[in-house]
Design a protein around this ligand. Sequence first.
Ligand code: ARG
Length: 463
Amino acid sequence: MTSKTSNPMWGGRFAAGSDAIMEAINASIDFDRRLAAQDIAGSRAHAAMLAATGIVSNTDSEKMREGLLAILSEIESGKFDYSTALEDIHMNVEARLGEIIGESAGRLHTARSRNDQVATDFRLWVRDRTDDAVKALESLCRSLLGQAEAGIDWIMPGFTHLQAAQPVTWGHHMMAYVEMFGRDISRFQDARNRMNECPLGAAALAGTSFPIDRDMTARELGFERPCANSIDAVSDRDFALEFMSSSAICAMHLSRLAEEMVVWSSVQFGFVTLSDGFTTGSSIMPQKRNPDAAELVRAKTGRIYGANLALLTVMKGLPLAYSKDMQEDKEQVFDVADSLMLGLAAMEGMVRDLTANRAAMEKSAGDGFSTATDIADWLVRVLDMPFREAHHVTGELVALAEKKGCDLHDLSLPEMKSIYPDITGDAYGVLGVYNSVCSRKSYGGTAPSRVKEQISRWKEILK
Ligand code: ARG
């Protein structure tokens, strides 16, 4: 069904209005209203520049700037009446400006197009979310640092293949995540630096014949400089993709930590107790405490990956410059930003609130012959044995202990000597888990002295 009148913003050459289905597929106002504040900021900068360059009068510019502020407060107070017939946030705002200030509003769109307008609005929005992500990552790192500091020398099993490998410290394990999230911070910061160029003034794609000042609008909106190629400026969505891919890597990190929370909080592990605030009960099993927040953080990673692929696919094969396909960029990015921010906040809370169960971790740290490497190292260090041979001898010690159903340190000295006669009582010293972690003093190692070094370094960085 076609409505009677053509579109008031671009309908000059159209005799009739859009089909209802056309309106449904074309309109973006239901989601791009989230760009309202950025749209108004961009328009205000543009209006100021139009007056500064003599393209419009100061009076018109002032009216536009004031009117735009009035619209912003209507939007913020929920009084703004969004119209689907006006398609998107840009035309909704401009049409409302006309209602408020009259015909001067018609001069706002001089020397610009919705193509550079949306590219600018969206960059501003993504830049804000990038800053939010960095802030949230910093708080998460602070929570992890808090845990690391409290348990700097608490012993826990370290795993490879999720099999007991060598004892490590809780502090060291927490600090591994600080490194990961620290790289995420720097990825978002790198992306921010690259995205911080202003598309405004690229107009539809070719630039404009009006004597605009692109440096002025760029500066006004906090951009480093204007985009140097007008065709690229309106067709580029790398900034959105970089935000999304940085989010995807970050979500992958969150998901690994979430997985550890799930495993560690199980009765079988018992390494951590998650707080009431971040767990739920079961409606049938009264004993349960379910790590739902961790599970959902883990699951949201899937949405974030999916959105990445969706936008990459939208952009793939698009000819330069703008195509309407690009309107499909926003919902994916909004969903990524929402999921990521929620995930970061939930993880920050979980980490801050959790109780690490020192005794349970330490008890399990010696399981699975986790100090076997220490015995092998002792054979090398004290008896000058080549490591390969020491590995073999230790393997036989492990096999003997396994056969007897005991730990390595439960083997008697004669039993040890039955495998290798030169072993002395001194070897028992390295079999304790505490000695084991303290001995791993190499740079970046798990010895509490090394972990302390890293905690101080990160505290300085996050100050
Ligand atoms: N709503 C559009 C979008 O999000 C704005 C740009 C429209 N430009 C155009 N030439 N139709 O992409």
